[in-house]
Structure formats: C-alpha cells, structure tokens
Ligand binder design. Sequence first.
Ligand code: TRP
Length: 437
Amino acid sequence: MADSSRGTWTGRVGFVLAAAGSAIGLGNIWMFPFRAGQNGGAAFVLVYLAAVLVVGVPLIIAEVMIGRATQRNPVGAFRTLRPRGSWQLVGWLGVASGFVILSYYGVVAGWAMDYAWMAASGSLTSAGVDMQATFDGMLGNGGRQVLWQAAFMAVTIVVVSGGVEAGIERASRILMPLLFGLILMLLGYSLTSEGASEGLSFLLNPRFEDLTWGGVLAALGQAFFSLSLGMGAMITYGSYLAPTESVTRAALLIAALDTALAILAGLVIFPLVFTFGLEPSAGPGLVFITLPSAFAMMPGAAFLATVFFALLLFAALTSAISLLEVVVSFFVDEFEWNRIRASWTAGGLIFALGVPSATVDGFLDKMDLLATNWMLPGGGVFIALFAGWALTRGEAEGGYRGTDGHSGGFVAWRFCVRFLVPVAVAVILLQKTGLVG
Ligand code: TRP
C-alpha cells in the first residue's frame, strides 16, 4: 500500500503525545504504585529510574529509529532492513504480543470503566460500601466484565479506525493534557491530607533493606512494560514520524513524561493510604480496594473517585490504542486492508481472545505472565541485538541521526543496545526460568 495512505503525525508534538499516551497507562497508575509499595518504596523508585535510563531510553530510540527508517509495521520493518534470515520473526512476535496484551488489558480497562461509572453515580462511595466485596463481586461476574470490556474495546476501535492523525493523534492531544490536569488536581488533595509527609517519605526516602533481588528485576520489568517496549509499539508509532525529527530528544521526553506520571500516581495514592491508616503494600487491590476506601472517607468522595477512575480509564485508552495500532498497521501494510476493516477485525478478534480473561478464574494472570515475563523481554532482547549487532555501524548511525544531522549520544546508545540492554533483559528472562535468583 502506498505510503501516503498509511498516515503521518502532524509533527513532533503529535508523535510525543501519542507515544507518551502509549507509555502512560495501567502500568503507571495501577502497577507502579503497588509494586513500589511491595518493594521498599523509594529504593524501588531509584532502581526504576536507573532502568528507564539504561534500558528504557536506548530501546525507545532503537524502536523509533527502526520504524522511522522503514515506515513499516514491525514485521515489514524487520523484513525491509534484513530481507533474508529470521529477523522478521521478531516482528511477528511483536504483533502476537499486541494481541495477547490487549486481550486482557481491555478487561482491566473495563474494570476502570465500570468503577468510573459506579463512582459517577455515587454508588461506589455511598455509606457502608464494602470495597473488598465490591471488587470481588465484579471479579465474580464474568458477564458484567465482558460488557465493560466490549464497551472499552469499541471506543478503542473507533479511535484507531479514525486514522493516525484524525484518530490517534487527536485523541492523544485531548486526553494527555486532561490526564495531567486530573492528576495534578488529585495531587492537591493528597498533599494537603494528614498523611502527606508519611506518604511522601514512603516514596522518597529509600529503604534499601526492603529491596530484594526480585524487587530489582521487578523494577526492570516494570520499566519495560511501562514504556511500551519489546513488541514494536514504538516501531509502529515511529513509522509515522518524519525523518527530520530528533529521536533522542523525543525518547527522553517520552521516558520523562511516563516516569513523571508514575511518580505522580504514587504521590497521589500513598498520602491518602497513610492518612486513613490503610496498607501501602496491598498489591493489585491498591487502586480498586484501598484507594476507594480512602476516597469514601473524604469530603467530595464521589467527585474524587470519579476523577481518579476517569484518569485511570483515559490512561488505559491511549495505551490500548497503541496496542491495537500495532496489529492494525500489520494488516494495513501486509494485507493492504483498509484501516476500518483492519481495526474492526483485529479489535474483534482481540476482544474474543479477552473473554476468557474476564470469565475464567486465573486466565488473566496467565496471559499477563506470558506477555510481560516472556514475550516482551524476549522481543526486547532481539530488538536490542538487531539494532546493536545486525545493523552495521553505518546503518545504525544513519538511522539514529535521521536527516536532522544530530548524532549526539550515538556511542553511548550503541554501547547500551549492544551490551547493557541484552544482558539486563537476559537476566530477567533467566530469573523467570528459575536459573537465577
Ligand atoms: N505502557 C502501557 C502501560 O503502562 C501498556 C502498553 C501499551 C504496552 N502499549 C504497550 C506495553 C506495548 C507493552 C508494549 O499500561
């Protein structure tokens, strides 16, 4: 299909907003705070920051540059650069990861939609509601989860079928500023709450004695998932970017926005948790059980809870859009389908694959483990090896520089993708197989 029908961003701002929208999602607001809570608070945050810089930023650059150079979906991108050999399997793995992740991501996003609805109607925070029972009740009701999952997927499909500029970029330009506005508003509440100093010190004073080897690896895996790496999401978004834009600057900005939102989410959640004497290391229930319990005890409970779950929902939406776009770009480029057909077909199949995550106990966790423990790190190692070893130094430098003439940081970047990223990610994989740690 001709390049002109693939679409392009209107410019660097559109790209950065869409890519930051991909990165900022359930990973930041739901997972980051509970993982920090379980792994020593600020000690986890420090390791996380190091992982973002050493592993995250180099991989964002590698992915964006592969996409920008080829203007293709992940499968087409690897095939264009290395027509012989098996490199395009890395692209196939990426498209498959998009399928798997969005299948259950849509279910959890459906929970956020359900909670936003309950919060807005006032029923979530009305007197005497047992948050644990509310959450368990939702988890026990497969039909209800499937309905919300379907609603969420429909919105995602409509945005993606609108195209790169009129659909994805436009949604990001509206939702991303809204997201930061909403979280700053909540921050005002949490920083003036009684538990503010306790919550802040939980997140900002490192207690290294609480940080285990497992916590270090969790921080690394978290950086990976949160930055949408390892499956070609950034290859796909990079493929709509003009070669005149600096990849390095965009990558640093995306990583900074993503990290800022994760930390802001922690700064909103922990002061409230401490104010009401709740458990900071509550795990996955932190956002769906602990936090609404805190809201329910505050003045303006329904309003605050609505704002929070709307925030969670919008964050999930821009991420789901990027997950679907990876699969859609594959159908559009490789089969020359039109975007509308590709969006509804891919979205429909992914929805169907997600139904067991909503209805069969334990299925969602298995899909998540498959994707985040195996598919993403596996894809990430190969993308780094491709950029660091398969591409010649000249090819890599040309891709890195683009046409804007800047190759500042190239040597450091190449060292990271050749050595640090593969080793760090291989260690995550080995630990999952039980060979290490
Ligand atoms: N980064 C998103 C989050 O934090 C999830 C996500 C979106 C993702 N697109 C991705 C993860 C691509 C891996 C790959 O919620």
